[in-house]
Design a protein around this ligand. Structure first.
Ligand SMILES: Cc1cc2nc3c(=O)[nH]c(=O)nc-3n(C[C@H](O)[C@H](O)[C@H](O)COP(=O)(O)OP(=O)(O)OC[C@H]3O[C@@H](n4cnc5c(N)ncnc54)[C@H](O)[C@@H]3O)c2cc1C
Length: 387
């Protein structure tokens, strides 16, 4: 067991850190001020750096590195803001990886090189108005017509909706009830019958658009079927990797909040001395540091155990759940330690706190992760449905 990053990983981390400071910080500020998503120019720069294909196989235009390499890069980039790093999150941990793991070869050849080159960003679309935690209640349907799939239904909360130009959409593909009828299809944004509702206003996640999505007799080629009815478990297995991306985003927010506040409490004077000289402040810093380090170790364990495959539901859920609670606590403490300045929009902490909160809802709520953890402990799923 080795708790050190390799020399190559440290070099990658340094490259990402310099890129974030030199280029991405200004873009992050622009996004937060305007609410607009990351620019296409920045996405192209990500591509030139190789950041959009870190853990995608080389045969599809990626770097063919492992998930830990992608974690290391994403953390550095997302310290500027989650919205600025969004294309890298989607390319390294989003549905792109589900396509890489279970897509047919034609679909992989069609999608993955375009993701790596920055031409295509793929979002995930699972939730519906009546199907959130109870995802297996989803109603959006894809009918197999032989050479085409016909999609009808409505989706909600897809991060990137309207901005992303590709979507992995969870659909009902047979009349079998619950999970048994569920599969997934890939849909490009510009197909006929695919439209978006009004933009949602979230508390945080500025620059990560969200909107309802409507499918009215949308037709896609048959090879856009990612997985057919009965594939729900495989989709969830792939989603455990997305949960590691969620964990990385939480960690990045927490680490950047911590770095900021450690400098702040050394600088800010009250009662004739720095805030850091008060023991109560020291205790808060120590608690934040312990939680951040523990979170990083859980994340590294999940992706290292996964190698280039998929993490276990137990590892991924423990890492995500811990990070989601940790980032709320750390940003809350950091804001408190900054007093009125923490609460002011002139300073970066309130944005970090707003962004922090969403990760414990996105990708499955904190409480349902805890159910997953208990489930992996005893080796069986618990029935959530009324009987
Ligand atoms: C910032 C953000 C980004 C998102 N991005 C995406 C995306 O890209 N794609 C996508 O498809 N969806 C996305 N979502 C939607 C997200 O996956 C759902 O909001 C989430 O699964 C919860 O569903 P819900 O909102 O319908 O809440 P509900 O299902 O109504 O649950 C509300 C609360 O009830 C509790 N609860 C419900 N059921 C149980 C249970 N069985 N056991 C214990 N507690 C339970 C939990 O505390 C839960 O938080 C995003 C959401 C947010 C906030």
């Amino acid at each position: 067991m080795d708790f050190q990053l390799s020399d190559d990983q440290r070099a990658l981390q340094e490259t990402a850190r310099r890129f974030a400071e030199d280029k991405l910080l200004a873009e992050a500020r622009r996004i937060e001020q305007t609410g607009e998503p990351v620019s296409q120019e920045m996405t192209k720069e990500f591509a030139e750096m190789g950041f959009l294909g870190i853990n995608i196989p080389t045969q599809y235009g990626g770097l063919g590195l492992n998930h830990l390499d992608a974690v290391v890069v994403l953390e550095e980039l997302a310290k500027t803001s989650i919205a600025a790093a969004w294309p890298v999150f989607e390319a390294s941990f989003g549905p792109t990886l589900a396509i890489a793991h279970m897509g047919n070869d034609q679909l992989k050849r069609e999608v993955l090189p375009r993701v790596c080159s920055g031409e295509l960003m793929v979002a995930i679309s699972m939730s519906e108005p009546e199907a959130g935690t109870a995802l297996t209640d989803l109603k959006t349907k894809a009918e197999n017509l032989g050479d085409e799939l016909l999609i009808n239904g409505q989706k909600r909360w897809s991060s990137g909706a309207g901005h992303a130009n590709g979507y992995v959409v969870y659909v009902r593909m047979s009349d079998a009830p619950g999970a048994a009828g569920i599969g997934a299809v890939f849909v490009e944004k510009d197909v006929s019958g695919f439209t978006f509702g009004k933009p949602e206003q979230h508390m945080g996640f500025g620059g990560v658009p969200s909107a309802d999505m409507f499918f009215d007799d949308v037709r896609v080629p048959a090879h856009h079927m990612l997985i057919g009815a009965g594939g729900f478990k495989h989709l969830m297995d792939a989603f455990d990797l997305e949960r590691c991306g969620n964990t990385t985003m939480s960690l990045a927010i927490a680490q950047s909040a911590f770095d900021y506040v450690v400098a702040y409490v050394q600088d800010r004077q009250q009662f004739g001395k720095s805030l850091v000289d008060f023991q109560a402040v020291q205790l808060h810093l120590a608690e934040m540091k312990m939680r951040i380090d523990a979170s990083r170790l859980l994340l590294y364990r999940a992706v290292t155990n996964a190698q280039s495959g998929l993490p276990s539901i137990g590892d991924a859920s423990v890492a995500k759940c811990f990070a989601n609670e940790m980032v709320r606590e750390v940003t809350g403490k950091a804001m408190q330690l900054m007093g009125g300045y923490g609460y002011s929009r002139e300073y970066p902490m309130e944005q970090k706190m707003r962004d922090a909160w969403g990760w414990g809802i996105a990708g499955g709520s904190i409480d349902i992760q805890k159910v997953n953890i208990a489930s992996s402990l005893v080796g069986r799923r618990f029935n959530q449905r009324a009987k």
